[in-house]
Design a binder for this molecule. Structure first.
Ligand SMILES: Nc1ncnc2c1ncn2[C@@H]1O[C@H](COP(=O)(O)OP(=O)(O)O)[C@@H](O)[C@H]1O
Ligand SMILES: [Mg+2]
Length: 394
């Protein structure tokens, strides 16, 4: 048997880099955290600029509150946050980020630069970071109100990661997916996504647009035309639901299921399944709806202290809340289905079928055998002439 290995404490930079790799696994994770920070800072316009699917450059400019100059030295350290001070705050917190980990993590796996201006400062300040620490002095500069965060050479020091992320196009698609979903969920905020060097932006929504405007801008007119609003409130389970879902006339091969819980983009396989099942009654097999749902749960019922990359969420009273949400979708779809019968186009179609297919078929079966047909008393007895007249009138 060999000697046991000596146990050594890992170097702090190594520990932080491992932790960072868990939080930020690809450009879209980093962007999601940065978007949420901009929204937390009450921005009304957010501009995202990319190079190589965010691997070379990922830049986000907002017009939010900005960061105070005196906070800049520690803003990229782990567990520094303006959103939480004591453990109990976790149960009432309503902002997106809460663990003070995003900027720190990014600074451990990329070159990070912040340019920020608050309303009570004449000028902006620029700071650069490496491994959570300021690199060089904070310099005054000119910039608009808000914050610009520039992330360059993501995973330059994690060769294994950059090897896995080979396709900038794939990363771009994932980023566009995240930006598009946040744009739909935040119609009061204007979003732009642009690739550097391109003249046309990939996503553009205006501040103060409507949900349907943004669904159209991101997913196209064919979906925007077919969605209706759904609203539901459950006082007993203490949750609200709002969203836009396609009616039963619409079906697509590629499913879109966008779910926000307490304003954070998440996945819930159980809820998705329940909603899909409801639609499967109405849609042709292999057909899927477009669903955007936003659930607001009592913060006490959500475990907000989950890992930032953990998209799949669970919450208290999950089964009951999902059942309540499913019923709301069911009621909406049934209501829509009922009103569907009154579409003139449908009525014409049904009338033609009744007159030309159904009645002739019934009439054929109601013809008495020749022997009896001549016996008027029998046919009169069962009222056949009246019945025939009804058919003839049709
Ligand atoms: N775009 C931004 N505008 C204003 N403040 C920001 C912005 N991004 C980050 N901050 C500040 O930096 C802090 C740290 O951000 P982050 O590492 O994402 O942690 P968290 O969001 O969990 O607090 C935030 O609490 C916030 O005060
Ligand atoms: Mg954050």
């Amino acid at each position: 048997m060999g000697e046991p290995g000596e146990i050594r404490k890992l170097d702090e930079v190594v520990v932080n880099r491992i932790a960072a790799g868990e939080v930020i696994q690809r450009p879209a994770n980093a962007l999601k955290e940065l978007l949420e920070n901009s929204l937390d800072a009450k921005s009304t316009n957010i501009f995202v600029n990319l190079k190589n699917g965010g691997l070379k450059l990922l830049q986000i400019q907002d017009n939010g509150t900005g960061i105070r100059k005196e906070d800049l030295p520690i803003v990229c350290e782990r567990f520094t946050t303006s959103k939480l001070s004591k453990f109990e705050d976790l149960t009432t917190i309503s902002t997106f980020g809460f663990r003070g980990e995003a900027l720190a993590s990014i600074s451990h796996v990329a070159h990070l630069t912040i340019v920020t201006k608050t309303s009570n400062n004449q000028c902006a300040f620029k700071a650069q970071y490496v491994d959570g620490q300021l690199k060089g002095p904070i310099k005054p500069c000119a910039s608009n109100q808000g914050t610009q965060i520039t992330v360059e050479d993501l995973f330059y020091n994690v060769p294994m990661r950059s090897k896995v992320l080979k396709s900038p196009t794939e990363e771009f698609v994932k980023i566009a997916n995240v930006v598009g979903k946040y744009a739909i969920h935040n119609p009061s905020v204007g979003f732009v996504l642009k690739r550097q060097g391109e003249t046309v932006s990939d996503i553009k929504t205006n501040a103060n647009s409507s949900y349907v405007d943004n669904i159209r801008a991101i997913y196209g007119d064919s979906i925007a035309k077919e969605v209706f609003e759904i609203e539901h409130e459950d006082d007993i389970l203490k949750f609200k639901m709002h969203g836009f879902i396609t009616n039963v006339n619409y079906s697509t091969k590629k499913q879109v299921f966008i779910l926000f819980i307490n304003n954070r983009l998440v996945d819930s396989t159980a809820l998705k399944k329940a909603v899909e099942q409801e639609y499967s009654i109405h849609l042709p097999s292999g057909g899927h709806p477009f669903v955007y749902l936003s659930l607001t749960l009592d913060p006490k019922n959500v475990d907000v202290n989950v890992h930032p990359t953990k998209h799949e969420v669970h919450f208290l009273h999950e089964d009951e809340i999902i059942e309540s949400a499913r019923k709301a979708v069911e009621a909406k779809l049934l209501g829509a289905n009922r009103s569907r019968v009154f579409y003139t186009q449908d009525i014409e179609k049904y009338r033609w079928n009744v007159e030309h297919v159904l009645y002739p078929a019934i009439k054929k079966h109601l013809k008495p055998p020749k022997k009896l047909a001549n016996d008027k008393s029998i046919t009169n007895l069962i009222g056949l002439p009246t019945l025939y007249r009804v058919f003839e009138r049709c």
